[in-house]
Design a binder for this molecule. Structure first.
Ligand code: GLN
Length: 240
């Protein structure tokens, strides 16, 4: 039986809107196929993990304050994360975690929280904390070779610029910038997105894309009727 190993970073600090739920979905979809799924947790002050041992590194989202709290610790992990990523470890990043893999996140007061700079993008918050991108979002992506309309929920002030390879095209909502055209960041072993917790429960194809990448092979199909029906309702409501 194959097994995937995931490192979930800062689950105690970066877990807005149930971002940890994405781990439940990956684990469930592996279990249904007889694939093992071992999830280790890492947070501030724990011994530095051997990042290269993992098939996937996952970081959720958080408010500015939590991002500030973890920033230095994350920087101390830079070398290990970069090496793992370059060796093919999958990076799955939500909102605050997404922002901190870029060059920096500049908050509403103009203070920079340094990012790891693995990617060229950078994020700047608007001058007013009240200007936020909040609500449902629909994004069209082709990462599996077929069009998937991803349904999600976003809540961020930060406006992310300099994205050359987005996760998809915004059909409803904002995405990387207010009223933007593109959402997230994508490489074959990176999915970074502003879509929070329910992302994988609503969009099982994205979960399977990642599992398939990690096991280096095709997956047996699961019945996703409920997921497709739920998504259908949202698409009808939002894209009508
Ligand atoms: N603090 C960041 C922002 O507002 C990230 C928020 C989040 O992770 N939801 O842009």
């Amino acid at each position: 039986m194959s097994e995937i190993k995931i490192l979930h970073m800062y689950a105690d600090m970066l877990d807005l809107y149930g971002d940890s739920g994405n781990m439940e979905i990956l684990s469930y979809r592996c279990r249904m196929r007889g694939i093992g799924c071992k999830i280790d947790k890492y947070s501030i002050d724990m011994p530095t993990p051997d990042f290269s041992r993992y098939d996937m590194i996952y970081i959720g989202g958080g408010a500015d304050l939590e991002q500030q709290h973890i920033a230095n610790d994350l920087l101390s992990c830079r070398e290990g994360i970069e090496k793992a990523y370059k060796n093919g470890t999958f990076l799955f990043l939500i909102c605050g975690g997404y922002q901190l893999m870029g060059k920096y996140y500049r908050d509403a007061d103009g203070n920079d929280i340094p990012g790891l700079g693995l990617f060229d993008y950078y994020t700047v918050a608007p001058d007013s904390r009240r200007k936020r991108c909040i609500g449902n979002i629909v994004v069209s992506t082709n990462i599996t070779g077929e069009e998937i309309k991803i349904v999600g929920f976003e809540n961020h002030g930060g406006q992310t610029h300099g994205i050359k390879t987005p996760l998809g095209k915004v059909l409803y909502g904002n995405g990387n910038v207010s009223k933007g055209e593109s959402e997230g960041y994508f490489e074959k072993n990176v999915i970074a997105t502003y879509m929070h917790g329910p992302m994988l429960s609503k969009n099982p194809e994205i979960a399977d894309y990642m599992i398939s990448y990690c096991v280096h092979g095709d997956l047996s199909p699961l019945s996703d009727k409920l997921e497709h029906d739920c998504r259908g309702v949202m698409l009808q409501r939002l894209l009508k």
